[in-house]
Design a protein. Structure first.
Length: 42
């Protein structure tokens, strides 16, 4: 299992890089958590 990923994103100027990274990390953390709760590997 990979311990990291690389993303290439095109972010519109109206969105800040900080908020975009925060959103991606938050959503992925939630998904990984729920998959681990169900017993599935992320």
């Amino acid at each position: 299992m990979a311990d990291h990923v690389h993303l290439l994103l095109s972010i519109p100027p109206k969105f800040s890089l900080t908020n975009t990274v925060r959103a991606v990390k938050g959503k992925s953390a939630i998904r990984i958590h729920w998959q681990s709760v169900r017993g599935n590997e992320a």
